[in-house]
Design a protein around this ligand. Structure first.
Ligand SMILES: [Fe+2]
Length: 133
């Protein structure tokens, strides 16, 4: 469980609201595991992650491109990792791996702590330092 608070804000409204959605997914999944997470719920979470990656990474990468963010290529590698993990989880669910829901939770927690709170935050700081972006 990660509580959404101002320390997670990078300072860009659209990106912040998308990040909040991912924290919501994580917390929803964690709350559900207490009741024994069903494959159906795990698949739904993975569908969310797939759509999220498609929409959110496009938002970030387009903004990085338009603003000339110098670290966009290395940042995009992280995004590719997210997509690869999502696909690996989908395959694990199809193979009836019972640990997948917990693996997704661990991954999302790590992603929020290490990607959003570090890499995206750095981009947010860079944006502030380079108006009007
Ligand atoms: Fe990012």
């Amino acid at each position: 469980m990660i509580e959404w608070n101002d320390s997670l804000l990078i300072g860009h409204d659209v990106i912040d609201s998308q990040h909040k959605e991912l924290v919501g997914l994580l917390n929803g999944l964690e709350a559900s595991t207490g009741r024994g997470l069903m494959t159906k719920e795990t698949r739904k979470a993975l569908e969310f992650m797939s759509a999220y990656a498609e929409k959110h990474f496009k938002t970030e990468e387009l903004l990085m491109h338009d603003c000339g963010y110098p670290y966009r290529a290395i940042h995009a590698v992280d995004h590719i990792t997210f997509v690869a993990r999502q696909m690996a989880f989908a395959s694990a669910v199809n193979n009836h791996d019972k640990d997948t829901a917990n693996d997704i939770i661990a991954f999302l927690e790590s992603w929020i702590k290490h990607h959003i709170s570090v890499e995206d935050m750095e981009f947010g700081r860079w944006l502030k330092a380079h108006p009007p972006c």
